[in-house]
Design a protein around this ligand. Structure first.
Ligand code: SAH
Length: 273
């Protein structure tokens, strides 16, 4: 935990020092980190030991770039859960970004995905996923499907993912993409995620990838006792605080801060486009 906090603090410093502040989660300075790294690119696939949903073949043109990101931007920034590291190494982020950004898919930054939204920075995806502490077969609710990338990383961990997106076109595109890639354990819904997914509740873990200014009570109610919710909370357009909130019993929760982050706003207007 100390390591994670330290890493997040370093990221905040990098962001404050850096000039590029994009929308979406923590912009970070992943590109600089990649360029200044002294570690050699890895040329062989990471051995996983658990079933691979997305087949990674010799022809994958981004394999080395992805492995380099995992080495430098995931492991190098303090992520230590081997299953999360393997899932990040298997998930083809280049298939979740708009074509014009495909060459930036493995830079450790958020990228625009249209409609003013972003696919999150890979390091933050890994950090939040690690914090969820999920096990194969768990049921996880994600609010903010976006491109579907975070959902795919969770699916690679063998969990059943329920993900809600408020913008119809993004929900539809993500559902199509996830099913084309064979992620059968992801269910996408177009709705306001504020109310969670009552019919499928409770969930072993909930991840919120847009920032509300308060923690939605319906989401707290849908976490199992002993389960966790990871959520950025704070004002729109500035840094928010990333919280890990564990449900202790029916009425009690314990919150731990994971540091400062920057996410797109949690909105309440269901859009069709
Ligand atoms: N997890 C995504 C990135 C999320 S960006 C990925 O991996 O690509 C945040 C997303 O949250 C945006 O697509 C935004 O439209 C969505 N969002 C914002 N408020 C929401 C709400 N109330 N319910 C559901 N989705 C919401």
């Amino acid at each position: 935990m100390r390591e994670q906090l330290a890493t997040v603090m370093i990221c905040i410093l990098l962001v404050v020092v850096g000039s590029a502040v994009g929308s979406g989660c923590l912009p970070g300075n992943g590109a600089d980190l990649v360029e200044t790294s002294t570690s050699a690119p890895v040329s062989t696939p990471i051995e996983t030991g658990i079933p691979t949903i997305t087949p990674i073949t010799e022809e994958d043109p981004f394999l080395e770039e992805r492995q380099r990101l995992v080495e430098v931007g995931i492991i190098g920034m303090g992520i230590s859960d081997p299953l999360v590291i393997e899932a990040m190494g298997r998930t083809p982020r280049h298939l979740f970004v708009p074509e014009e950004y495909i060459n930036l898919a493995y830079v450790n930054n958020p990228l625009p995905i249209g409609y003013g939204q972003t696919i999150s920075q890979p390091y933050i995806v890994a950090l939040m996923t690690q914090e969820l502490g999920v096990h194969e077969g768990d049921r996880v609710l994600e609010i903010g499907t976006g491109s579907g990338y975070q959902a795919a990383v969770l699916a690679e961990l063998g969990v059943e993912v329920f993900t809600i997106e408020i913008i119809g076109a993004l929900a539809e595109a993500a559902a199509d993409r996830l099913s084309a890639l064979g992620y059968e354990n992801v269910h996408v819904r177009h709705a306001d995620g504020y109310f969670g997914w009552e019919e499928e509740a409770p969930f072993d873990a909930i991840i919120v990838t847009a920032a509300p200014d308060h923690v939605p009570q319906p989401l707290l109610d849908q976490v199992v006792i002993g389960g966790v919710m990871v959520i950025p909370v704070g004002p729109v357009g500035w840094f928010q605080e990333l919280w890990s909130i564990r449900r202790i019993d029916d009425a009690n929760f314990r919150s731990t801060s994971l540091g400062g982050v920057q996410f797109v706003p949690f909105t309440r207007e269901v859009r069709g486009e």
